[in-house]
Write a protein that binds this ligand. Structure first.
Ligand code: 0A1
Ligand code: ZN
Length: 853
């Protein structure tokens, strides 16, 4: 470690604040450079140990400071992270500060910055301290009133809460006042100023209050907000119906900005979104974009109660708001679309991102116990595994008690900054269950492995489950967890031989006995009832049986996935899998979206994970070759069925983003993906590439590129010509090229990245080329290390400007120990090269150090 290495912050060291802020008055005088922020804050003594007033502040130029009107400018001690005002201090006082900041110079996109001429803020987690001096921690909750003054070129002035007076100043500048009556932590503060137009609508809450809704975008984009607005209204209604939660202000605004490190942000009454998750039209957005818009709009809206009204005591409790809110948005999307399809999609994501994280050097508990840079903990573990924990609670206590527990949570904790202990306690109160063992899910990292063994003698079937929780960095030994395993026992023809239920595995090993007349095939972990790896040695015949007969759609898909893995890894012949798929995809009773999932085969990254999990080093070239061979064989075997389905799934009418139509397109595109390996593929793709909707065009282009078809290049060129002025669509163009698994991709990506038109400082663009390339398993893992070098070079270039995004993208290296020794040493060399770079950010230093750990 370097001598100046930053020290970790620990959960165990939490102390309540010595000073609380009660009310905050902010006056902004906006300018690209030297913007003035005047803050008047009412402080009162908190419960924390007595001490001087310590305020966080970074990159601020202090111009004035007054305490109860008295000049204290020369009494404050400034350092790089804030200011200290030593006593004696009265029990309550007003502190006024004036600072200057430079939004234009803010490339980190944290605090107040300019995105394409729009002033906007991002304060979670610790960005507010880049706007003014403040106790920037979530357990300090205050009411805010805000005045924004800005030039007439940025006429729309927005902040949290309710709008107040607005108008023109004598010098022609404009002003607007906002007041937020709900106490909130500073991370939920937001301000926007820009030349924006609104797509407006209105919502009437269950109790009859009217809410003005506005989605604010750059002029020209207003026609692309319809879907997001519809998703917002459906989210508002759903939260009333499913959780009894009403919106609590008379306005709700959403702003779309192009430069954003994450997906979106739930600022009170003023959500700020990455434009990618707001703007959609059939020509510019694909079905997956629509789905993400719906889910993220819902997610941010649901935070109004789970995050805003009840917030986190400290950042270790991040999963309190994120796990719960992800679970809520998953429930919403399942209600809006197909529940099994949504569940399968979520589990695919969980395995691809969270299981990967949990099995590598960045593994951490859902509630981490220490961090160096909190921005590095907005992870799949906190979000997605966090949501799985809520899902398990929901399953274990049942929907009725779950709802009672949530009602109690809102009743007890509204207006508070809470902990996981308080969250679990409402469940204990309502159900009288002791959740001590369940709580280990929050503190023990690593994906438990559940190994199944069975016994049978006529009349008696025994099922034994054993659990092993792997060691993770800094946590060598683990206790047994409480694991709910939903199950069924299937007899001939798929009959349920016992009432399906849930086995609660709480011991290292447990056995259950069933009196049965026939030997069952067990269907275990139905609906993926716990985030574990289920290890059961099954035969190909059993998998085919489950795929055909299980009443649980998740496990039908799971059976197909297991067959696909064996076939793609060359462990089993392709033919039986092809036969099982042939039956399933022709089954018109099955939802097309579900059939599309059956046909979407595991990618190389998943195969590498599986290889490693089976105790072998992964060789990306061999994995790719074997899987391409199997996919080609599958395409050959199923060609007639795939062609028939491809035709049958053609859309009868104009584009509609609804789930049923999207499911048909997904199935059609899955057929095309396999058919692109057949001689007929390119001509089908070429025709489809001319379709009007992006949902059809993009997969067609991908198929052409993947097949290396002659039509690919002209189609790409035409696409760029048509969309060159539209950054969101051009992101797709970059991504397509970066993710094509062919020789020559890196050369192409390098050329694109060196072109002056490559706007790499915009996170979306960086992700669409550089990060996307790092997900191209075959090319990124080129044996000569060229892919690794390319990524490392770009991380070093991005880090000084935007450390948060650089650190996230660096996660591409987290799987390095899976691979052969030669690749491991190539990656290690790149990680060490990054670690040695002068002035590396805290964000990237932490990630690289942990990866090397
Ligand atoms: N709370 C947001 C995610 C978010 C987190 C951090 C950010 O900047 C550091 C931005 C957004 C959510 O869960 O959607
Ligand atoms: Zn969230």
């Amino acid at each position: 470690m370097r001598p100046d290495a930053p020290q970790p912050i620990r959960l165990a060291d939490y102390t309540p604040p010595a000073w609380r802020a009660e009310t905050v008055r902010l006056v902004f005088d906006l300018a690209p450079r030297g913007a003035k922020v005047h803050a008047k804050i009412r402080f009162i003594r908190g419960e924390g140990p007595e001490g001087p007033l310590r305020l966080d502040g970074q990159k601020l130029m202090l111009m004035a400071a007054k305490l109860d009107g008295r000049d204290v400018f020369h009494d404050v001690a400034l350092d790089a992270d804030g200011l200290t005002l030593a006593g004696p201090l009265p029990d309550a006082f007003d502190l006024e500060t004036t600072v200057e900041i430079d939004p234009e110079a803010n490339t980190e996109l944290e605090g107040l910055y300019l995105s394409n001429g729009i002033y906007c803020t991002q304060c979670e987690a610790e960005g507010f301290r880049k706007i003014t001096y403040f106790p920037d921690r979530p357990d300090v909750m205050a009411t805010y009133s805000v005045r924004i003054e800005a030039p007439a070129s940025t006429p729309v002035l927005l902040s949290n809460g309710e709008p107040g007076e607005a108008g023109a100043l004598p010098d022609g500048r404009l002003f607007a006042e906002w007041h937020d009556p709900w106490p909130k932590p500073s991370y939920l503060f937001a301000l926007v100023a820009g030349n924006l137009v609104a797509h407006r609508d209105r919502f009437t809450t269950a109790s009859g209050r009217a809410v003005d809704l506005g989605i604010w975008v750059r002029p020209g984009d207003e026609s692309r907000c319809e879907y997001a607005m519809d998703a917002l209204k459906r989210s508002m209604r759903w939260d009333e119906e499913a959780y009894g939660r009403e919106y609590d202000l008379s306005v709700f605004n959403i702003v779309a900005v192009d430069d954003f490190n994450m997906g979106a942000m739930e600022n009170k009454g003023l959500n700020i979104f990455n434009s990618k998750y707001v703007l959609a039209s059939p020509e510019t957005a694909g079905d997956r974009d629509y789905e993400l818009i719906e889910g993220i709009i819902a997610h941010e809206y649901f935070h109004n109660w789970t995050g805003n009204r009840i917030t986190c005591r400290d950042w270790f409790q991040l999963c309190l708001k994120e796990g719960l809110t992800v679970f809520r948005d998953q429930q919403f999307s399942a209600d809006m679309r197909s529940e099994p399809v949504k569940r399968i999609d979520d589990v695919k994501m969980l395995r691809a991102r969270q299981f990967r994280e949990d099995a590598g050097p960045l593994a951490h508990p859902v509630r981490p116990e220490q961090f160096i840079e909190i921005n590095n903990f907005y992870t799949a573990t906190v979000y997605e595994k966090g949501a799985e924990l809520i899902r398990m609670l929901h399953l274990m206590v049942g929907p009725k008690a779950y709802r009672q527990a949530l009602d109690l949570y809102f009743e007890r904790h509204d207006g508070q900054a809470c902990t996981i202990e308080q969250w679990l306690d409402v469940f204990q109160t309502v159900t009288n269950r002791d959740l001590t063992q369940f709580k280990l899910w929050y503190s023990q990292a690593g994906t438990p492995r559940v190994t199944v063994s069975e016994g049978w003698k006529p009349g008696k079937y025994t099922l034994t489950l054993r659990q092993d929780v792997p060691s993770t960095p800094g946590a060598p030994s683990k206790k047994p967890m409480a694991i709910p395993v939903a199950f069924g026992l299937l007899g001939q023809g798929g009959r349920e031989l016992v009432e399906p239920g849930v086995l609660e595995l709480t011991e290292p090993e447990q056995t259950w006995t069933f009196d049965l007349d026939e030997r069952p095939v067990p269907s275990l972990l139905r609906g993926f009832s716990a985030p574990v790896i289920l290890d059961r040695r099954s035969t190909a015949a059993e998998r085919a049986f489950l795929l055909a007969h299980d009443s649980d759609p998740f496990n039908r898909w799971e059976a197909a996935r297991a067959m696909a893995l064996e076939a793609l890894m060359g462990a089993e012949p392709v033919a039986p899998f092809a036969e099982a798929l042939r039956l399933a995809i022709a089954d018109a009773d099955l939802d097309p979206a579900f059939r599309a999932l059956l046909l979407t085969l595991p990618g190389d990254d998943e195969l590498a994970r599986e290889t490693w999990a089976r105790g072998r080093q992964a060789d990306p070239d061999a994995i790719h070759a074997a899987s391409e061979t199997a996919k080609a064989a599958l395409a050959e075997a199923l060609e007639p069925e795939l062609r028939a389905l491809y035709t049958a799934m053609e859309s009868p009418g104009p584009y509609s983003p609804d789930a049923a139509a999207a499911g048909r397109r997904a199935l059609r595109n899955a057929c095309l993906g396999l058919l692109s390996r057949r001689p007929v593929g390119p001509s089908l793709a070429e025709a489809q590439a001319k379709a009007p909707s992006m949902s059809e065009r993009l997969p067609a282009l991908a198929a052409l590129l993947h097949a290396g078809a002659p039509a690919a290049e002209p189609a790409l060129a035409a696409f760029a010509e048509e969309w060159k002025a539209d950054p969101l669509v051009m992101d797709k163009w970059y991504l397509l090229q970066a993710t094509t698994p062919r020789e020559g991709t890196l050369a192409r990506v390098k050329t694109l990245s060196e072109d002056p038109s490559f706007a790499w400082k915009t996170p979306n663009r960086f992700r669409s080329l550089v990060a996307a390339f790092s997900t191209n398993h075959f090319c990124f893992h080129a044996a000569d290390g060229s892919g690794y070098r390319f990524l490392a070079d770009w991380l070093l270039k991005l880090d000084p400007l935007n450390p948060q995004t650089a650190a996230r993208v660096a996660g591409a290296f987290e799987t390095w120990r899976r691979y052969d020794d030669a690749r491991q040493s190539l990656i290690r060399a790149e990680l060490e090269r990054i670690a040695r770079a002068p002035a590396l950010s805290r964000d990237l230093t932490e990630i690289v150090t942990r990866m090397l750990g």
